[in-house]
Design a protein around this ligand. Sequence first.
Ligand code: GLC
Length: 523
Amino acid sequence: MTDLNTPWWSDAVFYQAYPRSFRDSDGDGVGDLDGVTAELDYLDDLGIDAIWLNPVMVSPMADHGYDVADPRDVDPLFGGIGALHRLIEAAHARGIKITMDLVPNHTSSQHVWFREALAAGAGSVQRARYIFRDGSGPHGQHPPNNWVSVFGGPAWTRVVEPDGNVGQWYLHLFDPEQPDLNWENPEIFADLEKTLRFWLDLGVDGFRIDVAHGMAKPAGLPDMRNPDLPMLTLDDDDPRFNHDGVHEIHRFIRRVLNDYPNAVTIGEIWVFDNEDFAKYLRPDELHLGFNFRLVRAKFDAVEVREAIENSLAAAELAGSPATWTLSNHDVEREVSRYGGGAAGLARANAMAMVMLALPGIVFVYNGEELGLPNVDLPDEVLQDPTWERSGHEERGRDGCRVPMPWDGGTPPFGFSTNPDTWLPIPAEWAALTVDKQRADEDSTLAFFRRAIHLRKQTAQFSGTDITWQDTDDEALVFRTGGGLTCALNTGSVAVALPAGEVLLSSAPLADGELPPNTAVWLI
Ligand code: GLC
């Protein structure tokens, strides 16, 4: 329904491919870009408009690519830059856009800049690219402030100086292998511009900007008031993030992007106050921002409605389309979040219909279309830095990153020719392979495909507003500007179907009623 005056992304369905886990083309047990290229027909058939690739730049992979050692090259693990060229060409030939992750808050500790900073010592221009400080306490033996790393433990690590003695500390909001850059330094801006232009000139259609609410730090680095709160807690009063100076950085990025009018920026913005959130989407900043309210909502009609209302209000304040996502590589998969088993899957499918009915941009995370649950992995295979940093208290995010099952009856299910995949794939996923689901009209995959195609092809999926109909607290019903009605039942008894002709339901309907854990579209 996009006309020539609206940007291609205004109602797009993005597919997030976590490259390690999508498909392995070279038998090393880790997914790669040629693996994505090999499955473009699969993605095209699903009906998606664009792919978001998690970071594929050169990286020692301490945080699976979010630790970038060379921002202007593709890691050989993912097939090198040639593989990205092949993917862009093949995707564009099918009308599919390619967007990639950009990580401006930090680099890898293996980045040449960080190695130079360690070698050059305190007070050097090389150290001024990062955030080095003397420690507190009489011998500088304590960190400069009380900030904690998002992955657990202190956000500071002390270094050994060129003279062999311990000395300054450097800031890392994430892993120690991910030192934060100093965004007060103009050199960092200049280098980012080079990076942006490098990928855009190569044909990339935009960026998902990692930790877009990070980067700028408040003067004097004041202590946190609540160092014990986990990251996903609603706490905008956190000096590590959402400092006003970040907007200058986004304006800088936008000035570069304006030279590439068909390219989009989508910020990862963990900011919950709507006015603060909307600031990131001013006309001279980001095009889009991830709104995580739907991810945080339980399977409960009141919570889901609140999340939707809030996200729409934030988008309206910003004058930018809303974005919707139920999962990604950082959160427990929704099938498990909503209770697991058959009920969890039914709820996840119902929520997918709610998401796909809403005005704006939708992000589907690879494997969501297969109804994959989170996986309880054994301790010895865990790789997320969170596991070690939290002293084995937080298991981390590996459970939502297990490779996709493609075909066959035993692991690795065609994901790789190598049985030793980077994370093990559970044997019971034999029932969830793409091949199996493709052959079954009642599968989750068939359902997603139908839903995405209906969203694209049905005129009623239009308009930017929705109106709510009165219901009790166990259901919600809204109508889009174009005249689509979407109803969701989160309760334990069936409710009456709203008026209209049924277009799709997430589970079979009976006797004019909407069963529990089910959603329906009507026109
Ligand atoms: C973002 C990414 C996450 C990564 C972190 C540090 O939150 O989504 O996966 O670990 O940034 O770069």
